[in-house]
Design a protein around this ligand. Structure first.
Ligand code: SAM
Length: 247
C-alpha cells in the first residue's frame, strides 16, 4: 500500500471512529464514500442476497452503511414539504431516520430483522419515531394513494422483481406524491468503480422509467459519486429517477 493511501485510510478510519460511523471502516481499498451493494460478494456469487444472508451481513458490530442519509435522497427529499413517506429496503434506516427528523411520518420496510434492530436503535438515539416493518417487498402492500414520498435506495433485484415492486409502489402514491429511486448504474461496472458487478441486478435510467406506471418522470439520469481508491479518486456512477403522480 502506498504511503499516501495508507494516510488517507487512517484519516478516514479516525473520522469514522469520531462520528461512530463504523460503516466506513468496512471497505478494503474503496473507503469513501461507500454506498451499499447487494450481491453476495463474500462468495463471489452474483445472485441477490436473501434475508438470511442480509441478516448475517448485518450481524457484525459495525454499521454497514452510514448514519447520514444518502446524498441524493437528501437533495431530492430536502426540497419537499414533510408528509407521509415509505423508505423501502431501508436497511439500517439512515434515510428514514433523516426524514423523520425533518418532520416526515415515515415507514421503513426491510426483510432483514437484524437491519431493523439497528434501525430502531439508531432512531431511538436520534430521538425520532419511525414505523419499522419487517417484510419482503415482493409481497408487501401499502394502502393505495396513501404516501407523499416513496424511496428506493440501492435495492438491486432482478428486473422482473424490481418492475413488480415499482409498479405496486406507484399505486401507493397520493396525487402529487413523488417516487425516488437511487441505485448503482449498470455502466458503473465498466466505467465507474465499486458496487455490485452483476449486470442483471443493475439498472440504467431508461429501464427504471419503463418500470413506472402512470407517473410523470421528472429526473432520469446518471449521477456521480467520488470514491477514494488505491489508484486515487474515481467516479462511481449511479442511476437516479424521480417521478410524480399527477395532482
Ligand atoms: C444495499 S442495502 C440498502 C439499505 C438502505 N436502503 C440504504 O441505502 O442505506 C439493501 C437492503 O435491501 C434489503 N432487501 C433486499 N431485498 C429485499 C426484499 N426483497 N424485501 C425487503 N428488503 C430487501 C436488504 O435487507 C438491505 O437492507
Amino acid at each position: 500500500m502506498r504511503a499516501e493511501v495508507a494516510t488517507f485510510l487512517l484519516e478516514e478510519a479516525l473520522e469514522a471512529h469520531r462520528s461512530l460511523d463504523y460503516g466506513r471502516l468496512t471497505g478494503r481499498a474503496v473507503v469513501l464514500p461507500q454506498e451499499p451493494g447487494q450481491v453476495n460478494s463474500s462468495t463471489d456469487s452474483l445472485r441477490p442476497m436473501d434475508s438470511a444472508a442480509w441478516n448475517e451481513r448485518y450481524s457484525g458490530q459495525e454499521l454497514l452503511w452510514s448514519r447520514e442519509p444518502n446524498r441524493f435522497v437528501a437533495e431530492v427529499a430536502g426540497a419537499l414539504p414533510a408528509g407521509r413517506a415509505a423508505d423501502l429496503a431501508c436497511g439500517e434506516g439512515r434515510n428514514a431516520i433523516w426524514l423523520a427528523a425533518r418532520g416526515w411520518k415515515v415507514v421503513g420496510v426491510d426483510f432483514s430483522a437484524a437491519a431493523l434492530e439497528r434501525a430502531r436503535l439508531l432512531a431511538a438515539q436520534a430521538g425520532v419515531e419511525v414505523e419499522w416493518i419487517e417484510a419482503n417487498l415482493t409481497s408487501y402492500e401499502q394502502v393505495p394513494s396513501s404516501l407523499d414520498l416513496v424511496i428506493f435506495s440501492y435495492l438491486h433485484l432482478p428486473a422482473d422483481s424490481m418492475r413488480a415492486i415499482l409498479v405496486r409502489a406507484c399505486s401507493w402514491l397520493a396525487p402529487g406524491g413523488l417516487l425516488m429511486l437511487i441505485g448503482h448504474a449498470r455502466r458503473n461496472i465498466e466505467q465507474g468503480v465499486g458496487g455490485p458487478q452483476e449486470p442483471s441486478l443493475l439498472y440504467e435510467p431508461d429501464e427504471v422509467v419503463s418500470w413506472l406506471d402512470g407517473l410523470e418522470v421528472e429526473r432520469a439520469e446518471n449521477v456521480f459519486r467520488e470514491v477514494g481508491t488505491d489508484e486515487g479518486t474515481r467516479r462511481a456512477i449511479d442511476t437516479l429517477v424521480t417521478a410524480k403522480r399527477s395532482a
